[in-house]
Design a protein around this ligand. Structure first.
Ligand code: NAI
Ligand code: MG
Length: 510
């Protein structure tokens, strides 16, 4: 009897949203194949544009994490260890090509799962492929150093893979965030267990399948779908996991960091922000408005680095806000597949959190300039219209906490010192931006701003080459760039002491 292999997961997922009943998908990827969760429990995956069920996936727990860890450990010591760094790089290039080849279907799937406009999902797919290529090129350039200890020694370092790494991911850029940490981990020679956010597991499943198709040995990329407090917590604590990379909320980040610390494993924590954009009165207003609009409303504001606080010099506050509100009100909101400017929020919970911030802002006396709730006529889907507040009470949650939705708050300032105090006055420190025509002021401010990234006269500046991450409550560690690969390397120092010969030096003349 021949065993029929199941149809590729991408073919099955490509059918989603075309009218059939939601399929049940075995989504625990271990050792190169998909299986159901131990115990058979499942999770519902929803389309936030329509609130309909897209699929059911496996709800993994501790037993699944344990199986994934065994698979990742075996691959780390076996097949993956025997491959040259250059060959590892080539496998990442092959995976990048497969992502490009399947970009349309992947983007559609990401759009269904997250709700984001199709063209934004397409650019996420291009970004995922670019991330693989950047890290692929680094795989055979991870060089140690030679250390000058003196005539009696040879001392050098080798960069070894950290081991089995855990990647706990958020829902805003599912494939993009998976790749941001997976690609450098693989380039470094690690094996990985991915835990996608429970809201958005679908493209990560395709990634696991494409990794196998690319020729990456089974067990190098494992996926456990499931809830944070079940699969995520088990992964953080598992003794075979050498390091954890997490992106998400401050609250969960504290929990993951504490668990990793308790188990003495390094963690990279990217925990979001309440990012200020400071606009001085000498700025090119048109340009500043343009970048603030993108910064505030891309991905429906569900971006760790989005613009959430506009700090406006008193002289330009009114004209800036007038133009900003005009531009924001022209942003079209629609289902992801309709490819407007904004899709829905990812889930009912996220929708309710954002509405909660809006309602408390109004209660606390803020002036609503635009939006403030569901766009007229859209009563299905987790939609919120672009929302702008001025005169916000500085102690209101909307002024202090990450909102993670299409909502911006404006504040005024009258001099540099006040702007800096406002910008740095919260516990977060991920991104801060400045618009000014004065280069001295821009660079002086860049030094003074408490943030992991400072963007001058633009927003979302960077890419896979530029390191990103936070200070203070925005977390620690840097991803992207060459710094991102070093999260997945361990330095080994090897020292050799020469045997002292009594007649050393005689040999040369002999
Ligand atoms: P979350 O931080 O709870 O979830 C992020 C990931 O962590 C998910 O994969 C989740 O399953 C996992 N997780 C949850 N509890 C865990 C635990 N105890 N141990 C290990 N893993 C665990 O974020 P959530 O609830 O989805 O969103 C809440 C807020 O977090 C958002 O409103 C937003 O403010 C922020 N957030 C920030 C992101 C960023 O890019 N920095 C991304 C997503 C959310
Ligand atoms: Mg959660």
């Amino acid at each position: 009897m021949t065993v029929q292999s199941p149809p590729p997961i991408l073919d099955r997922l490509a059918e989603l949203g075309t009218g059939g009943p939601p399929p049940s998908i075995d989504s625990i990827w271990i050792d190169g194949t998909a299986r159901p969760a131990d115990g058979g429990q499942t999770l519902v995956v929803e389309d936030p544009s329509t609130e309909s069920v897209l699929a059911n996936v496996s709800r993994g727990g501790a037993a699944d994490v344990d199986a994934a860890a065994k698979s990742a450990r075996a691959a780390l010591d076996g097949s993956w260890a025997t491959i040259t760094p250059q060959a590892r790089g080539n496998l990442l290039l092959a995976l990048a090509q497969l992502i490009d080849d399947n970009a349309d279907r992947l983007a559609r799937l990401e759009t269904l799962d997250v709700g984001k406009p199709l063209s934004q999902a397409r650019s996420d797919m291009a970004g995922a492929a670019a991330t693989l290529r950047y890290n692929a090129g680094a795989a055979d350039k991870l060089e140690g150093i030679s250390v000058p200890l003196g005539p009696d020694f040879v001392d050098f370092t080798e960069l070894e893979p950290l081991g089995v790494t855990a990647h706990i991911m958020p829902w805003n850029y599912p494939l993009g965030m998976a790749m941001r940490s997976l690609a450098p981990a693989l380039a470094a020679g690690c094996t990985a267990i991915l835990k996608p956010a429970e809201q958005t597991p679908l493209t990560t499943l395709v990634l696991a399948e494409l990794a196998v198709q690319a020729g990456i040995p089974a067990g190098v990329v494992n996926v456990v779908t499931g809830l944070g407090e079940e699969a995520g917590a088990a992964l953080t604590e598992h003794p075979s996991v050498a390091g954890v990379t997490f992106t998400g909320s401050v609250e969960t980040g504290r929990r993951v960091g504490a668990a990793a610390g308790g188990a003495l494993k390094p963690a990279v924590l990217e925990l979001g922000g309440k990012n200020p954009m400071i606009v001085f009165d000498d700025a090119d207003l048109e340009r500043a408005v343009e970048s603030a609009i993108d910064g505030a409303f891309d991905n429906c504001g569900q971006v760790c680095s989005s613009v959430s606080r506009l700090l406006l010099h008193a002289r330009i506050r009114a004209p800036f806000l007038e133009r900003f509100v005009e531009r924001a009100s022209a942003r079209r909101v629609a289902a992801g597949l309709d490819d407007a400017d904004l899709g829905p929020l990812v889930s009912a919970a996220q929708h309710d959190k954002v509405i909660g911030h809006i309602e408390s802002a109004i209660r606390d006396g803020a002036r609503l300039c635009l939006g403030g709730g569901r766009p007229a006529g859209m009563d299905k889907g987790h939609f919120i219209a672009p929302t702008v507040f001025d005169e916000v009470n500085p102690s209101s949650p909307i002024a202090r906490e990450e909102t993670f939705g299409p909502v911006v708050t404006a504040f005024g300032f009258s001099d540099e010192a006040e702007a800096l105090a406002l910008a740095n006055g919260l516990p977060y420190g991920l991104v801060a931006g400045i618009h000014t025509a004065d280069i001295d002021r821009a660079l002086r401010f860049a030094r003074g701003l408490a943030a992991g990234s400072v963007w001058i006269n633009g927003w979302f500046i960077g890419g896979v080459q530029a390191p990103t991450g936070g200070i203070k409550d925005s977390g620690f560690g840097r991803e992207r760039g060459l710094a991102g690969i070093h999260n997945y390397l361990s330095i080994k120092n090897i020292g050799v002491q020469f045997h002292r010969q009594a007649n050393a030096g005689d040999d040369a003349s002999a």
